[in-house]
Design a protein around this ligand. Structure first.
Ligand SMILES: C[S@@+](CC[C@H](N)C(=O)[O-])C[C@H]1O[C@@H](n2cnc3c(N)ncnc32)[C@H](O)[C@@H]1O
Length: 351
């Protein structure tokens, strides 16, 4: 209890410092890192080995100080009126993020959602952050379609759970949606985990800018952010995910029973489709080109056939962007016995 009190007092002191910091300080890496390290980080053996200058405490944030500081810096100038964190645990990241947002907008409301109440000293933190709003027990299922400016997802790290949080509230975010643990491969066994979720969200939101804060890319933690722009009311179109699921199911039906498939062209999207077909167990796959214009990067790592040499009743998948499909179809139309499947280029990431 004495330790906990020491932690809380120190953390309140840090947050008060953040609340009264100047803009210049809030853009200064050293200021942010020092305060994050003083505030405290949950003891993680791999992090402690690398850095003994941080306060490690069970009452700390589950964060890498360097990447969290960069993330915080990107929030400093954003005006957020409504925020939600899904999965708050002890609330230590929430309090810090909340202080940064509240400093910039006293009208902020910060909803803290979790299935279990592990918060301690919530009331004491709320004294300096009255915008905190404990919504526990709850899940994003209770808030479907609610439009927050800011969404932070750090709850169920399995694929289904993380994607559910994105579909329930993340895609409706008006300004930004953030995912913690985008490189946490320890959840890969949960149907691809949060890593797969982040990759798919990147595909669904390919029209929007992203920021990734990571000290250990593809190894530990990492924070991924999708930013909205002025052209969209929210981050994701309402049924984009469902639409791509339907298209993926149809595609799987179309190729069912085939063991030989050609993918038209050798550009990036065609190669992604080749990799996806390999992943789902198609035995014989080749890229197929009409002439070298369909292999502008001179790719040699994939088997490449010439259209004029393939079997009469071959199946060719065209995985091009909508605007390029017509161009791809011109040479294919000369071979009327070929079975052509036109696939949305996004489905390579979803099958
Ligand atoms: C990794 S911890 C969150 C850490 C916190 N964001 C931080 O940085 O300190 C994950 C939390 O998510 C909660 N959780 C798990 N599944 C959830 C769900 N479906 N909805 C909401 N919270 C969930 C757990 O109870 C746990 O407190």
């Amino acid at each position: 209890m004495a330790d906990n009190n020491t932690d809380v007092n120190r953390q309140l002191k840090v947050l008060k410092r953040i609340l009264s910091a100047t803009d210049e300080q809030m853009h200064d890496n050293a200021f942010l890192i020092e305060n994050i390290k003083e505030y405290g980080i949950t003891p993680l053996a791999w992090l402690q080995e690398l850095d003994n200058t941080t306060t490690y405490t069970e009452n700390g944030m589950i964060q890498v100080p360097g990447e969290f500081a960069q993330f915080i810096k990107c929030l400093v100038d954003i005006e957020v009126e409504s925020a939600i964190e899904v999965g708050v645990y002890r609330g230590r990241s929430s309090y810090f993020i909340c202080a940064v947002l509240y400093r910039n907008n006293p009208r902020l409301r910060y909803d803290m959602v979790d299935i279990a109440d592990s918060l301690d000293e919530y009331e004491r933190f709320r004294e300096i952050l009255p915008c905190l709003n404990k919504c526990i027990p709850n899940t994003s299922d209770d808030l479907i379609g609610k439009e927050y400016d800011f969404v932070f997802i750090d709850a169920d790290h399995g694929y289904e759970g993380a994607m559910r949080d994105y579909l329930n509230v993340g895609r409706y975010a008006k300004k930004l949606v953030c995912f913690h643990d985008i490189y946490a491969h320890e959840y890969d066994s949960c149907d691809g985990g949060i890593v797969r979720c982040w990759e798919e969200v990147c595909v669904l939101t390919e029209h929007l800018p992203k920021m990734v804060f990571s000290q250990f890319p593809d190894r530990w933690m990492g924070i991924g952010v999708v930013l909205n722009d002025d052209n969209h009311k929210a981050i994701g179109a309402d049924n984009d995910y469902e639409d791509i699921q339907d298209k993926s199911k149809q595609f799987m039906k179309d190729i069912e029973g085939l063991d030989t498939v050609y993918v038209y062209g050798a550009r990036n999207d065609s190669r992604r489709m080749y990799d996806a077909l390999e992943r789902i167990g198609i035995d014989n796959i080749s890229l197929v080109i009409n002439d070298d214009s369909e292999n502008p990067e001179n790719v040699t790592k994939y088997p490449i056939a010439k259209l004029e040499n393939i079997e009469e009743d071959a199946t060719v998948v065209v995985c091009y962007r909508d605007s390029l499909v017509e161009t791809a179809m011109i040479p294919l139309r000369q071979y009327d016995k070929i079975n052509v499947i036109i696939a949305d280029e996004k489905i390579a990431s979803f099958i």
